[in-house]
Write a protein that binds this ligand. Sequence first.
Ligand code: SF4
Ligand code: SF4
Length: 148
Amino acid sequence: MSRGVLATEKRGMRELGAEEHVGWDEVTQGTLLPSFEKDVDAAHVRPEERPYSDFNSYTATVASWRVIKPVYNRDICIDCQNCWVWCPDTSIVSRDKQMLGIDYDHCKGCGVCVEVCPTNPKSLLMFGESEETEAALAKWPEKKKKAK
Ligand code: SF4
Ligand code: SF4
C-alpha cells in the first residue's frame, strides 16, 4: 500500500500508484510513509508477526554494513536486559525478560551492547564479521579477579 505523494510542476501534487517507486529525493516533504500495511497494535504483536510495509526498515537488512559483530555467550548472561534497553537498533532479541540472541539482519555492529553488559567476563563480545560463533565462544576470556 502506498500513500506517497509526488510533487508535480507548478506546485501541484499527485498520489503515487500502488506499484510506483521513486527516489528519496523525489518524495514531497511531509509525505506519509506508513510503517504497516494495515492497522496493528504493535505493542502487543511480536516484531516478526507485524504486517510491515515496504517502507519499514524492518524489511531491509543492514548486515552488510558491519565489519565486526557482537557474539552472545548464554553461559554467562544474567538476563539483566541492559543490552536490550541500550541497543540503538532494537537488535537484541528478548522474550519474557530472557535474552535470546542478536538479530543480525539489523545489528550494525556498534558495540554498545558489549559496553553495557555488566557480567565478568562480559556475555557479549565483539568479533570479526567472519568469525564462527563456536570459534568465538572458544576464545572467551576467563573471569577477571579483583585486585586486592
Ligand atoms: S552491536 Fe550495536 S546494533 Fe548490534 S546488537 Fe549490539 S548495540 Fe545493537
Ligand atoms: S547485558 Fe549482558 S548480562 Fe545483561 S542481558 Fe545482555 S548479554 Fe545478558
